[in-house]
Design a protein around this ligand. Sequence first.
Ligand code: HEM
Length: 146
Amino acid sequence: MASNSKTFSFDEVAKHNNKKDCWIIVNGKVYDVTPFLDDHPGGDEALLSATEKDATIDFEDVGHSDSAIEEMQKYYVGDIDTNTLPAAKVDNIPPPRQAVASSSSNESSGFVLKFLQYVLPLLILGFAYALQYYGKSSKPSEPSES
Ligand code: HEM
């Protein structure tokens, strides 16, 4: 059963996505869990929802016991050709894209913030000093003249 390591493409494995024929991919290995669907403590729906994708994260998120990991070896049918997997990993790309998009807008908003934080207070201070200077220089001259 588990003696030969056959390599499957993602599309090939993804076809096995129903109660009568259910294959999952975990840690680069392919498991035919069809006979286990009714016995899975997490329910058959959990296994069915783990088809058509790399279920490694789903499997690990549950925190399966060592005995569960031992048990899954019974259902091992081969390895996945990892070059055919990127479809599942594409989902992870949007966050960096958003980060890039937001970082470019952050650059301009960062400049505005710096301007408001440092330059604007200095301008206000300068303006205040200027007002004080001109105010003092004009006031003493008035009473001395009158
Ligand atoms: C051949 C693959 C698998 C085997 C042999 C297996 C086996 C088991 C076993 C023995 C348990 C009982 C708890 C434990 O001992 O850890 C369990 C629970 C569970 N499994 Fe799996 N599992 C497999 C794949 C998956 C996958 C792909 C998912 C997808 C999310 C999943 C979801 C769950 C859930 C939700 C529970 C219930 C956890 C709880 O209620 O505490 N399992 N599984």
